[in-house]
Design a protein around this ligand. Sequence first.
Ligand code: ADP
Length: 782
Amino acid sequence: MGDNTDIKILPVLTLRGLAVFPYMVLHFDVGREKSIAAIEQAMVGNQEIFLVAQNDPKADEPHIEDIHEVGTIAKIKQILKLPGNNIRVLVEGLSRGRMLEYIKEDPYFEGKVEACRDPEMEKVNLEQEGLMRSLLDLFDDYVKISSRLAPETLVSVSTVNDPGQLSDIIAANVLVKMEDKQDILDAIDITDRLERLYDILSREIEISRIERRIAGRVKKQIDKVQREYYLREQLKAIQKELGEYDSTVGEVEEYKSNLESANLPKEVKEKAFKELEKLSRMPSASAEGTVVRNYLDWIIDLPWNDETVDNTDMKIAAKVLDEDHYGLYKVKERILEYLAVKNLTKTMKGPILCFVGPPGVGKTSIAKSIARALNRKFVRMSLGGVRDEAEIRGHRRTYVGAIPGRIISSIKTAGSKNPLFLLDEIDKIGSDFRGDPASALLEVLDAEQNYAFRDHYLELPFDLSKVMFLTTANTLDTIPRPLLDRMEIIRIPGYTEDEKLNIAKQYLIPKQLKEHGLPEDGIMMSDNTIRDIINYYTREAGVRELERQIAAVCRKAARRVAEMGTKRVRITSSNLRKYLGIPIYSYDRADEEDEVGVATGMAWTPVGGDTLFIEATPVPGTGKLVLTGHLGDVMKESAQAAFTYIRSKAKEFGLEPNFHETIDMHVHVPEGAIPKDGPSAGITLTTAMLSALTEIPIRRDVAMTGEITLRGRVLPIGGLKEKTLAAHRAGISTVIIPHENIKDLEDIPDNIKNKLDIVAVKNMDEVLKLALVEMPEKSKNE
Ligand code: ADP
């Protein structure tokens, strides 16, 4: 330490929470006896005193071990006696000092202190110089972000170019914590001191920055809250002035609590609260307010997160299906398989079931029954006549009176996000300039997309992936191909008379009795009476009309019970007319005459099988074929083929070889409600024409179906079951079918097969033998 150190014996004053640096002038008050004694001793000498911090600022009587080693040798400049034995001293720091050893403890501390002066400026090395510059830069930063510094400090710092002195001035002015100050005092070496101060200052700057950030944030929040509060108060005042105050505020509060308790997904909740915020700023009577209110009502009402728990017990499911529907074994079995798979895979992915069949066969009610079996909510949406995409997906809210599409509306009705959703009459969906509802529907049904179905109105994704979709259709022909590809078809073809009887007895009659408030044994009706209702008052593949007629019977019966106090109403074949009026249909084919040129065909239509009469008459002409009535293109071609076949066989049928040159053949298919098409009328057309040409009558109780080739072969057709059921309904006794359709007879109930004479044929000759009253004679003249 050389010339910079010398050793002095000095009185010691212990400082509490205070540090004095060299070159620093400051005053403090002293009250402790030991301290006053030390000052007095200093004043007796050359006024120099060793100022050093005690470890624990609270200790009144510190021991030597509790006093720091390094402190400051200072000169007392002035003393002022204060009231109550206190003294105020003004001191000036001279240099650092290090206590070497204490030589006295009482009445004051005294010891050998080594004075440690900083080296002369010339001895400052490059490293220190560099450190000093960095420190100055840092100090600059500090000044910028801290508002704690007095302007004088800046001036005094800027004039110093001695590194030791500079660090001491900065430390004295900047540092707050006692440990930091002591740390700098302890650093007798200049480099060490610069480094330590650099570290401390960096930390201080970081802390200041954070402080400022926090302060800024708090301030901003306070500002925003205050501003909003102010604006809101103003708004309230204005609304109050307009007499609208109470309703809006009360309403907003109510929405808030409803939204909170609605169990909404995060995204939905955020959006809803944004809308609510808008609402709170609108006058309550404004049109826009109504739009927002409607929107919020939708959001609150939709089952975003509400689910029902599926019944997974297949035995219960099977029982429910049996309870609700008679027969349909194959259908039920297929449904149970389907449910079992869904049960195992736990997703709604995979094909969608589509029940296809004529009206009234129970497609809708089966779907309802599945919902009951699964313990799911049931909703139904009819697609008949849906042409506009917006019906599926909704209108944007900017439209006046916009509401969500029917998918979302139905989900709201269901009240759970996993209902069984029946899309009825999917074959009746249309499309036009307003967009393609089928493609919107595809999105609804697509398991890859429907977990986030976007309705235009909601503008929020709704999860449809848990919904179980089912569809129904009368025919597959008009279902858009992409939709059809997603579906698995289950056909429900129609019921026989016996099946209808059982359905009526076990399901329809008990149901209607209940609905009309009649006891279980309220009406007595024999099987034969029920059969009469089926045969003379209905003609359908399903049982809808039958149910209506039974309802009519129940209505009348209920009236009798009410008016005459009858306990039980007996309904017989003979008094049925009193209940249902005169029969609507008759089947007495035996009474009808066999006719020339009228053949009975069987047709398959989307609403079940049907019988149809085909009429043919030759009129003078030039060999043309005239076709009228409700015929499709395929049927027209079929008629052509039939005519050509007859011409090619003219001789065999006893006709003039050129008979066609002087006539036109007119064929008419009386219009039914449903257009008929397909090749299966081929043999019927041929029979009708030939009968007309040969004037041989056709048996009225024979019905036929089959495609014909130019050579007279009979080809197979589809829909045999429906056709045979229809023939049976129509009172036909003999049914002619193509030979290749024999395998399909399996599907036809035995009691029908027993009642009908079903004949399978391979060629036209066989048909004619059965259908015509007699065979035409071959021409004798060559
Ligand atoms: P679809 O939807 O095929 O037009 P619905 O489901 O409306 O036919 O059925 C019409 C009526 O017939 C319903 O009351 C239904 O319960 C009843 N029904 C149909 N098939 C059966 C059946 N197999 N067993 C019992 N009731 C049936």
